[in-house]
Design a protein around this ligand. Structure first.
Ligand code: ZN
Ligand code: ZN
Length: 125
């Protein structure tokens, strides 16, 4: 498989798994149909895609980085039970960057807001 095909495959698999998977999680899915693919290749491609802005790398959620195909501004909700990460609309707290700048005079370059709790699926268990 050539490089661009590999990258496309990894990107598409990320898009199909909207719970912000780690490289390890994606690798487990990918290797079923692509036994030649290595975890290193998955890592490298995800990092390259994050560097050129196609996807977003989320650090600091857990030990390993999670990857996000949604590059629009949004918050994250992390389920403490299943550890899945859901997207939350910025509408729950609009103008957070603007308000921070007004309040502090700082220049906001970005934010990484994570809300913790229990998702609906785990709640109903
Ligand atoms: Zn859950
Ligand atoms: Zn997200």
């Amino acid at each position: 498989m050539n490089y661009s095909k590999q990258r496309e495959l990894i990107l598409n698999t990320l898009k199909e798994n909207v719970v912000h998977p780690t490289a390890e999680y994606l690798y487990e899915i990918l290797k079923e149909n692509n036994p030649n693919l290595s975890l290193g290749t998955v890592y490298r491609n995800l990092n390259q895609l994050a560097e050129n802005g196609t996807i977003k790398k989320i650090e600091g959620l857990e030990n390993s980085s999670h990857f996000d195909h949604n590059t629009h501004e949004h918050f994250h909700f992390i389920c403490d039970k299943c550890k899945r990460v859901f997207d939350i609309s910025v509408n729950i707290a609009p103008d957070i960057a603007l308000k921070t700048e007004k309040e502090t005079g700082f220049i906001v370059k970005g934010y990484d807001i994570a809300i913790h709790g229990i998702c609906n699926e785990c709640k109903n268990k």
